[in-house]
Design a binder for this molecule. Structure first.
Ligand code: HEC
Ligand code: HEC
Length: 357
């Protein structure tokens, strides 16, 4: 096992500073008198009053993600990863990028039961969000990819997703498009290869975290949530949802039995009977924005997903009032989506890349 190291705090400082710089510019225009008045009234800020009703284990989203030692974050790598994330040349048809199914404008999902891939095909599982995926113990509903680096090598070659023929075809496409020099800047000479493509995409994904959900602000004494949400918060702890959906990520990152649907879950990878219907406990972070629900995307509303979970995992029939309160609580876990500007992608001058059906 590789030991994950923590991301360099300086990098996050860069991200934070960049955001702050944007909001500051509007204040530059404010008359000096107003600015002075603000400074005066803010001279002695009251210490935030922290709530005392937070159930054990719950907390604000961590601001640092685990980073594997062999793929450190750098600003150039993240930028290259962003281009590759939006790069339709990874797909045979030239039409699908990672963003087609994990749209960063819509909570990192496509809100479809099954995503549309190559030649209008649909797979058999719902696309989970890429937001906060850097925090999961393993990727996919069945955990078959240990890390984001392993995961990113899958979709370009998956026949119902991007359907490229081989790692070599993807690399030659990227070379023809003009990625060589960009890889060289990040990884050194002659470094345009499939592994490095995956590393760059993973580095970009590690920036897709969603802090400052209403719940986070509440925990930190920086905001309020509704009374209904507070009742829901207490309820999920009292009835035991948080035995699986625990901690600040609202998942204990383990694989648990979910006796629902026809998908074998982890067993489909391991072949072992004891892994039948095991799925990774899905995080509640941003869950209100990622409908439809469950690995098979079979449930359209959060209300119904909550009722099904209570019945399947805890054997309890929730009342309408309790269900509504829990849904209100889950809505407070929608964080601030990262602002991502659409990248300019390299293309050869004077001729088109070869696409194929
Ligand atoms: C055609 C739609 C489609 C495309 C294109 C696609 N994905 Fe996915 N993605 C999915 C589906 C469906 C799953 C769930 C599959 C499963 O669990 O078996 C998934 C799972 C993931 C996960 C795991 C998340 C989790 O919570 O376990 C990550 C991360 C991810 N994709 C990133 C990417 C990246 C990066 C690309 C581009 C290289 C990409 N995807 C391209 C549909 C797509
Ligand atoms: C024994 C562990 C366990 C318990 C207890 C549990 N869950 Fe889950 N939860 C899971 C697993 C595993 C999944 C992934 C299910 C799948 O494969 O579709 C999940 C998924 C969900 C989802 C869907 C997430 C998505 O993105 O599709 C919601 C909503 C949810 N749980 C809410 C709850 C609520 C509310 C409770 C308490 C009433 C609860 N869970 C109790 C294990 C658990």
């Amino acid at each position: 096992m590789r030991k994950p190291s923590l991301i360099n705090t300086a990098l996050w400082a860069v991200v934070v500073t960049a955001t702050a710089a944007c909001s500051d510019s509007s204040q530059d225009a404010a008359p000096q008198a107003v600015a002075d008045a603000n400074t005066a009234s803010m001279a002695a800020p009251a210490a935030p009053v922290l709530p005392t009703d937070i159930p054990e284990g719950m907390g604000a989203l961590p601001s640092e993600v685990p980073v594997p030692a062999d793929n450190p974050q750098t600003a150039e790598k993240v930028e290259l990863g962003k281009k590759l994330y939006f790069e339709p040349a990874l797909s045979k048809s030239g039409n699908f990028s990672c963003n087609s199914c994990h749209n960063l404008g819509t909570a990192g999902v496509d809100n479809q039961q099954f995503s549309i891939g190559h030649q209008w095909q649909r797979g058999g599982r719902n696309a989970p969000t890429v937001f906060n995926s850097a925090f999961w113990s393993a990727q996919f509903w069945d955990g078959r990819a240990p890390q984001l680096e392993d995961q990113a090598k899958g979709p370009p070659l998956n026949p119902v997703e991007m359907a490229s023929m081989s790692a070599e075809t993807v690399v030659s496409r990227l070379t023809e498009a003009g990625y060589g020099p960009l890889f060289e800047t990040v990884f050194g000479k002659d470094s345009l290869n499939y592994d490095n493509m995956a590393k760059a995409i993973a580095a970009f994904e590690r920036t897709l975290i969603t802090p400052d959900a209403p719940f986070d602000l509440y925990v930190q004494g920086r905001g309020e949530i509704s009374e209904a949400a507070k009742r829901g918060m207490k309820k999920v702890a009292d009835i035991g949802c948080t035995s699986c959906h625990s901690g600040p990520l609202f998942t204990n990152n383990t694989f648990q039995n979910f006796a629902y649907g026809t998908d074998d879950g982890v067993k489909s990878v391991s072949g072992k009977d004891e892994d039948d219907h095991l799925f990774r406990v899905q995080s509640w972070r941003n869950v209100a924005m990622t409908a439809p629900y469950f690995h098979d995307g079979s449930v359209k509303t959060l209300d119904e997903a909550v009722r099904i979970m209570a019945k399947a995992q805890l054997g309890s029939d929730l009342s309408d009032a309790d269900t509504a309160d829990i849904v209100e609580f889950l809505k407070t876990l929608t964080g601030k989506a990262p602002e991502v500007s659409f990248p300019v992608l390299p293309r050869p001058a004077g001729h088109a890349l070869n696409w194929a059906d």
